[in-house]
Design a protein around this ligand. Sequence first.
Ligand code: ZN
Length: 140
Amino acid sequence: MNHHHLPTWGGVVQVLQQYAPRTVCRVEKGVLPHPCAAGMKASIGMPEGQTADYRLVLLGGAGFHVKDFGSHYEAHIDEVHPDVNAIEHLRRDAPGVFIASGAALGAVIGRSVGTSKEATLAGAALGGLFAALLTSAREG
Ligand SMILES: [Zn+2]
């Protein structure tokens, strides 16, 4: 039998599944076919210098996520594929994004309802805790 031990994207998934979610596996270009050839879909992700993002829904709703950095790929498994549950994906797989957007939103709210610098700072610090922010802003 002519058996080539060529790596596949499926093989990368199998390797990554042995590690914690979001463990990154670097794959050199030319070693594997294009992610789309393996059934992955072009997607978007946190901009980290990649030129493209590719995702695939895994069994159980997890997401296989490949970032194309031009010279190489970086692959990891997200706990939740954004197509399965966008909010849970952001909450579990992109806590930085979640906190950042929450803080930005908080700052906007702080600015719109607050009359002091403290209100804006409180808004930024509290992030997504709108209820607490609005209560404090009302009190302050
Ligand atoms: Zn991801």
